[in-house]
Write a new protein. Structure first.
Length: 487
């Protein structure tokens, strides 16, 4: 397979990189690439997506229009920039026009004295700039959520929020707006519908644009690591120096990014980002919002995908308990055909799944009637935003008119080597009156079913207590909902 040349816009300059002729790896992070090229306004704080100091803005074509999104440059591979524009902090002032040296976002940060030591300032500014260029209205609560992935060690958040609220309330066309037709024209030429194979001396990286191309590569390169967002793999590269030999990046396979609706089902493409899933849920499946609103940070949600989160089969994966409780199925494709299995069957062990070497996860299928009358999803963690799960729970419950349990699904994460349903509790609860006493009667079964570990986040006994209390909280919430309905 012939090696392709990576082409993208670095600010307003077209960059072409032939990995066969450089020492760069296709999986070089965008952060490292920028700093190698002396664009050092973008800072490295944590190299794992926790601090936001490395935030940059990506502009890409969606339905032939530019869409701006903030990403962590420490978690994005250079090859993922193919056909996109990368905007860094240095470019904001360069593009501020003749009347001012600064972009309105930068001016607001200065006017509100929103910088102390300054290390977080470039990332904060780029996050706010991304919201400035978005089409949506951003209220103060939404802004706090958007900035949850940007940490300020000086704790100067009030002035930063004041600056952001002011500039976002007074958005106006900037020089980027005037340059959009030219940028769209360039990116349109770069996005020619071709698959790209980036090959260096020590690494190959395939970026297919069709599912068929991806499945072909899967057969010829079964050793390839599949990525779609790469937020998990990038951390391993940054922290554990695990440099993979071969990648299959599915982020350019458009058919995997779609969410389709049939008479009975929603079919969520495995390449659907968490941001896109959140937007879908807000209009069509609101019971999912409590999980999606505390999923990592906006920078990570903008690139992390449904398929990536499920395929890692992490015992503390955010989406797994929710989707299993909702009775989700997954679609799996190979060149020889497609198959569908329940998500809980897709998990085969600690960080292992049921994909064969020639297969790709293509979609999650949710029944429109799978959302029971009451659903409770909760994630217990040290921090509310941008933190790893200690224990998470998913409960989907349907009661008969006499308040006895008709159906219940109880799923836990963080309690075992993989996310698990507690079927013994489900069977015990059926046809019994849904009450606090019933929930408490289940505690011994939950205790005996799991043997949680002790680690840096919690010891085993704490996890056991959390598991019980989260189930009790589900009961409290369900009765509160019923009281509201009865009024």
């Amino acid at each position: 397979m012939k090696s392709s040349i990576l082409k993208f816009l670095l600010n307003d300059r077209l960059v072409e990189t032939d990995f066969a002729k450089t020492s760069l790896l296709p999986s070089t992070t965008v952060l490292n690439y920028l700093r190698m090229n002396r664009l050092i306004g973008t800072k490295e704080g944590c190299a794992e997506g926790d601090c936001g100091a490395c935030t940059v803005t990506i502009a890409e074509l969606v339905n032939d229009k530019l869409v701006y999104k903030a990403v962590n440059s420490c978690l994005m591979f250079l090859s993922g920039l193919q056909g996109k524009q990368l905007i860094t902090i240095e470019h904001l002032s360069e593009n501020a026009g003749n009347n001012s040296l600064l972009h309105p976002v930068q001016e607001a940060m200065i006017n509100h004295h929103a910088s102390q030591c300054g290390f977080c300032t470039p990332g904060m500014t780029m996050m706010i700039f991304s919201k400035y260029k978005s089409k949506s209205i951003v209220n103060p609560a939404q802004l706090r959520t958007a900035l949850a992935g940007n940490l300020c060690r000086c704790t100067g958040y009030v002035s930063i929020l004041d600056a952001a609220n002011e500039v976002l309330a007074n958005r106006a066309p900037d020089l980027f707006s005037m340059q959009e037709p030219e940028i769209v024209s360039i990116l349109r030429k770069l996005n020619d519908g071709n698959s790209h194979f980036f090959n260096s001396e020590n690494q190959c990286y395939y970026l297919p644009c069709t599912l068929e191309d991806a499945l072909d590569f899967r057969i010829s390169h079964p050793e390839a690591i599949i990525v779609n967002g790469a937020t998990d793999t990038a951390i391993k590269q940054n922290k554990q120096f695990e440099y993979q030999k071969c990648f299959l990046d599915l982020s350019a396979v458009e058919c995997l990014t779609k969410i389709e609706e049939t008479e009975k089902e929603y079919i969520i493409g495995s390449g659907c980002t968490i941001t896109a899933l959140k937007e879908f849920a807000a209009h069509n499946y609101q019971v999912m919002l409590p999980v999606l609103e505390v999923f990592a940070s906006e920078q990570i949600r903008n690139v992390a995908t449904v398929g990536g989160n499920l395929s890692t089969a992490s015992p503390i994966g955010d989406l797994l308990p929710m989707f299993i409780a909702l009775g989700a199925e997954v679609e799996i494709a190979s060149l020889s055909g497609r198959r569908k299995i329940y998500l809980e069957e897709f998990l085969t062990g600690y960080r292992s799944n049921a994909l064969n070497k020639d297969e790709i996860l293509t979609a999650v299928v949710l029944s429109k009637v799978s959302a029971s009358p009451f659903c409770f999803f909760e994630k217990a963690s040290v921090r509310k935003q941008l933190d790893i799960t200690t224990v998470n729970i998913a409960v989907c419950l349907e009661l008969d008119p006499d308040s006895s349990v008709k159906t219940i699904r109880l799923v836990y994460g963080g309690m075992a080597a993989m996310v698990k349903r507690v079927k013994a509790v489900e069977d015990f609860c059926k046809e019994k009156k849904w009450s606090k006493q019933l929930v408490e009667d289940c505690f011994p079964m939950i205790d005996s079913y799991f043997q949680p570990i002790s680690d840096a986040r919690a010891n085993a006994s704490t996890r056991s207590i959390l598991a019980q209390n989260l189930f009790l909280k589900a009961w409290v919430q369900s009765t509160a909902n019923k009281e509201m309905e009865d009024r």
